[in-house]
Design a protein around this ligand. Structure first.
Ligand code: IMP
Ligand code: MG
Length: 191
């Protein structure tokens, strides 16, 4: 997608710089979906989407997972309205399915400090699943503080930028951008 960085401004913030296009994201979701299909061959899989951010990525990924799949969703948050983690994770909407002896694939938008992921792994382990793995669209390894939290399937690695679009928000905005963009550091400083 040819989007000029000066084309799009929302509330004075440039949101048109494309890090990953829709085509690149769909291509990567296709590759990872096929790999997941091979890795879980013959098994049932509960795909657990982290709302709200992972919804767009999950919708691309699951189309390429050729298994007996069920969906569930969980909402947890460690971020308030700012761009830095509050460090405390709260479950706002819980899992509905029984995860006992099930293979669970958590689908995330981005793993940043790893706080949310580390919390989720402990939280879900209490339900006695057979396995819990994670597939994240983006990985920001430079910011990791929870090193125990391993990401099994990664779409793309990103530098230490505040990324938006394709599900990712700043203060609930920009989730619907059909590409991954980022806020300029000077715009983030204004927030
Ligand atoms: P963590 O707990 O620090 O790994 O952060 C996980 C959550 O923070 C993600 O699921 C996102 O919702 C949010 N987050 C982290 N980095 C970014 C970013 O660059 N843009 C938008 N949201 C982010
Ligand atoms: Mg999130």
């Amino acid at each position: 997608m040819a989007v000029n960085k000066d084309d799009i401004k929302v509330e004075g913030m440039t949101v048109g710089k494309v890090l990953f296009t829709e085509e690149q994201i769909i291509q990567r979701a296709t590759e990872l979906g096929r790999q997941i299909t091979e890795d879980y061959a013959g098994k049932q899989l509960i795909v657990l989407g982290m709302i709200k951010g992972a919804v767009l990525w999950m919708s691309e990924l699951v189309k390429h997972i050729d298994l007996d799949v069920k969906f569930d969703f969980i909402a947890a948050s460690s971020y308030g309205s700012s761009t830095t983690s509050a460090g405390v994770v709260k479950v706002k909407k819980d899992v509905e399915m029984d995860l006992y002896k099930k293979d669970v694939l958590i689908v995330e938008d981005i793993v940043d400090t790893g706080t949310t992921l580390a919390f989720m792994q402990k939280y879900l382990a209490e339900r006695g699943p057979s396995s819990v793995k994670i597939c994240s669209m983006l990985d920001k390894p430079s910011r990791r503080t929870e090193h125990g939290a391993k990401v099994d399937y990664i779409g793309f690695q990103v530098d230490d930028l505040f990324v938006i679009g394709y599900g990712l928000d700043y203060d609930e905005k920009f989730r619907n951008l059909p590409y991954v963009s980022y806020l300029e550091p000077e715009d983030v400083d204004k927030l």
